[in-house]
Design a protein around this ligand. Structure first.
Ligand code: ASP
Length: 350
């Protein structure tokens, strides 16, 4: 007798998708199973009937994603790793607030490297019950992509597009089509309510390898505060950069430089960077331009970054670079190995 299809697992973490009005504004809402069933019942019967079966779990406290921290990313990865180990589910959907969705999704990709089932992260710009909400269509699309066995990576599904988690950014504060993948093409698209995966874009075909989950402790003393993000501006002074980099809790920094890798040719500022690198802090640079990568050293003015030990994050998103720094800095790795791993693609992020 044919086996019934394995169900999907839907993990609800909060976000606007499930929010309810309150006197203080929208707040994370519960009872999501009943509300989801009610929404799905409004789909045309043929579309409802061919949705993949799923089971639902809620994280202990649904949150506005502005409350997420590296500890939240770790708890979510731990939950998914445990469920993956049961081999019960054909794919997993995570419903998440959109504001920090790109961070959580990228972090999941590093913690769950080589995942061999679809892990699709989605959310909505409007609550499930709101007039004109995008919640139901995003959930439907996420379920359909999560049932595609050829998808073997962490992806973000939003407004009918499927994007690689480590390449995704939130790009609009209000539009339903709120996410983009500036430096990697979409992995797939919903066409007439059918999920289409584009050939040769998935990690399955490129660099995925076998599952090798890495779940380091992100809750350690300084994990949340170990990485800082410094966006250069014209006139930035060495003492300002030093104020960010000097605390001993700071172990890594994302420098957001100009154009294809340009920064002030200021010996004092470069000295601050070199001193931090010399102390074993992991400094990486990416561009403030959303499109394109960087080439440190293309301009003489930016060459000092390389001399100060700053690594190129190339065309990574800030979210993917930041979460990768957290991931590498929370593991007991030597300086050289950390630097090597930062430059090595682990989850299609570069
Ligand atoms: N504030 C919400 C959140 O990130 C926004 C959303 O979900 O769209 O949780």
């Amino acid at each position: 007798m044919a086996q019934p299809p394995r169900p999907l697992l839907v993990v609800y973490t909060g976000g606007t998708l499930g929010m309810l009005p309150s006197a203080a504004g929208l707040v994370p809402g519960g009872d999501i199973g009943r509300r989801l069933d009610a929404a799905l019942a409004s789909l045309p019967p043929a579309r409802r009937a061919d949705l993949p079966p799923f089971e639902l779990v809620e994280t202990p406290q649904p949150i506005d994603s502005s409350a997420a921290t590296p500890a939240t990313w770790q708890a979510l990865a731990g939950l998914i790793a445990a469920q993956h180990g049961r081999q019960r589910y054909a794919g997993i959907v995570v419903l998440h607030g959109t504001d920090t969705l790109a961070w959580s999704a990228a972090s999941l990709a590093y913690q769950l490297q080589g995942i061999d089932i679809p892990l699709v992260v989605s959310g909505a710009m409007l609550p499930l019950e709101a007039e004109g909400s995008d919640a139901l269509s995003n959930i439907e699309a996420a379920l359909r992509f999560a049932a595609k066995p050829r998808l073997k990576e962490v992806a973000v599904c939003f407004a009918g597009k499927l994007l690689r988690a480590t390449r995704t950014r939130k790009w609009h504060t209000q539009a339903a089509d709120a996410f983009t993948s500036p430096n990697y093409p979409p992995l797939g698209e919903l066409v007439d309510h059918r999920p289409v995966l584009y050939p040769n874009r998935g990690l399955a075909e490129q660099q995925r390898g076998a599952p090798r989950f890495e779940l380091p402790d992100y809750t350690g003393k300084h994990a949340s505060n170990s990485v800082v993000r410094i966006v250069l501006w014209p006139g930035i002074a060495a003492w300002q950069v030093a104020a960010w980099l000097e605390p001993s809790a700071v172990q890594g920094a994302l420098l957001e430089v100009w154009g294809d890798g340009n920064a002030p040719d200021d010996p004092e500022l470069l000295g601050v960077l070199a001193r931090a690198s010399g102390e074993g802090k992991l400094l990486v640079a990416l561009s403030q331009c959303p499109h394109g990568g960087i080439q440190i050293g293309h301009y003489a003015a930016g060459r000092g970054l390389a001399d100060a030990g700053v690594l190129s994050a190339d065309a990574m998103t800030p979210e993917a670079a930041f979460t990768k720094l957290v991931h590498l800095l929370t593991q007991p790795l030597g300086d050289a190995e950390r630097r090597r791993l930062f430059l090595t693609p682990l989850a299609g992020e570069r």
